[in-house]
Every structure is written in structure tokens, then in C-alpha cells.
Design a protein around this ligand. Structure first.
Ligand code: FE2
Length: 263
């Protein structure tokens, strides 16, 4: 592969196309009230996913920017109470900002057809099918790359400062692993506990999120003697707002109100 297909549909298997056609049990899966996360393989062609990972290795790896948010030392040394630890979002990963037109990575991503595929009608339609809701016409796109030891610490992707996103929004991710990746996991919370885990060391695995949701990504582990360019997990991301934003309930204010009533 020396170019991504123009339409995301062309990366899909027969099962993936059934999602697009509205003939899959996965359609509307994330509209179920209790379900906020989905991890599926077999929707994107594994062969094309491997080829896409190799294309990204060749075309984009050298242009990625590091994204590092380490654990702040004061999160330990400025603690004043036992068990009072608070951890901000931590991460180490590389990224290409596909929406910053002046950046070389963005231009390269356009040249290899990645931007067009992530902007294609079938990419948005696939997201909408899993979300089970109408999505807005404009959506965000991004490219991440996890190498050995790269991870994302616990975070929830809540954006309360953005009026259109604070009631929730939808993310669609496609994993493109090289053959040198031994493991990487996505851990997410159900009913207040980090109790579920999904394998994301896949070539063509799809994960979808009804955000906000507490989750984290474990450090990527490479296979012994793997070549560096094979021990990577590329991640294609689309971030979608709902056409009708869910009602945002300010829990803290509601709780404060309840407290007042109870006094
Ligand atoms: Fe996240």
C-alpha cells in the first residue's frame, strides 16, 4: 500500500460493511444506556491494517511529535494527607496533528491519503452506526503512535469547558499494530471500578467510546527481538459531536443544591 483508500469503507471486511449498511448487531451498540465502550476485531481488514501500519512507518514516523505528560513529582512530595493522592492525566505517546495545515506531518498525511480517508463519508457513517445517533458533519481527526513503553494513564476525556462537548461526545479509534507488538490493553471503568480490559494490540481492531469514561492504556510491550518499526501501534482517531448534544447535568452544582436543601 502506498496510499490510503479514499473511503474508509474500502478498509472494511464484509462484517464491517454490514455495520455501514445497518445490518449488524453492533449498530447502535453505544446507544445502549449501560454501554460506553466497544472493542471489536474483524471489521477492518487485518491485511490492509498491517499494510497501513507499514505505510505510516515509512511516511510519517519521522515527523511525529512527542507528547509527554509525566507524573508530577509534587503529586507525591506535596501531599499532606495519607491516601490523599491525586493523579492528573499522564501519557507518553507520539502524535501528528492532522488539522494543523502548516505542519509537515499534516501535509504528508494528506499526500498519502490518510486525511481524506478520515474525512470520508463512510468513516463518519461507520461512527454514526456504532453510536446509534446522528453526528455532526464536522469532526476532529488525529494520529497517535505508541512505541515500547508508551501509555496513557487514567483519564476520562470530559470537556466541561466546551458547551458542545460537555454533555458527552463520541470517539472512534482504529488500531494498526506492527507484528512486533506483544501486548497493549485498554482498561475502562464500569460502575465506578476499573474492572474491564480489552486487547488493543490488534491490526484492524476498532474501539469506540461514548465519552466521558474513565479509562487508561497500558504500556506497549514489544516482542523479544522485534525490529523497532514493527513494535508500534498506530491509532487513527475520529472525535464526533452529536447533532443533538445530550443535556449536561452539572453534578457538583446539583449536589450543592441538594446539600442546601438538606440543611
Ligand atoms: Fe482517552
Amino acid at each position: 500500500m502506498d496510499r490510503f483508500p479514499t473511503e474508509f469503507e474500502d478498509m472494511l471486511t464484509a462484517a464491517g460493511r454490514r455495520v455501514l449498511a445497518g445490518r449488524s448487531p453492533l449498530c447502535g451498540a453505544l446507544a445502549e444506556p449501560r454501554r460506553r465502550f466497544l472493542a471489536e476485531t474483524g471489521l477492518v481488514s487485518e491485511r490492509l491494517a498491517r499494510a497501513a501500519a507499514r505505510l505510516l512507518d515509512r511516511a510519517l514516523h519521522e515527523l511525529l511529535q512527542p507528547l509527554q505528560q509525566p507524573i508530577p513529582p509534587e503529586s507525591i512530595w506535596e501531599m499532606t494527607r495519607n491516601y490523599g493522592e491525586l493523579l492528573p492525566k499522564t501519557a507518553r505517546v507520539r502524535t501528528a496533528y492532522l488539522e494543523r495545515r502548516r505542519e509537515l506531518a499534516q501535509r504528508r498525511a494528506e499526500e498519502i491519503g490518510l486525511v481524506a480517508m478520515l474525512r470520508s463519508e463512510s468513516f463518519a457513517a461507520f461512527a454514526a452506526a456504532l453510536a446509534g445517533r446522528a453526528l455532526r458533519r464536522r469532526w476532529g481527526i488525529q494520529l497517535l503512535c505508541y512505541g515500547p513503553g508508551d501509555y496513557a494513564g487514567p483519564h476520562n476525556d470530559h470537556h466541561p469547558e466546551e458547551p458542545d462537548a460537555r454533555g458527552g461526545y463520541f470517539d472512534l479509534h482504529v488500531s494498526l499494530c506492527g507484528r512486533g507488538v506483544a501486548q497493549q490493553w485498554l482498561v475502562y471503568a464500569v460502575q465506578g471500578h476499573f474492572s474491564r480490559i480489552a486487547d488493543v494490540a490488534t491490526a484492524g481492531g476498532v474501539t469506540a467510546y461514548r465519552l466521558p469514561l474513565w479509562h487508561y492504556t497500558t504500556p506497549l510491550v514489544a516482542k523479544a527481538r522485534a525490529r523497532p518499526e514493527e513494535a508500534r501501534r498506530w491509532l487513527l482517531l475520529g472525535t464526533f459531536l452529536y447533532r443533538q448534544p445530550p443535556v449536561f447535568t452539572d453534578v457538583s452544582r446539583a449536589a450543592a443544591g441538594t446539600r442546601k436543601l438538606n440543611q
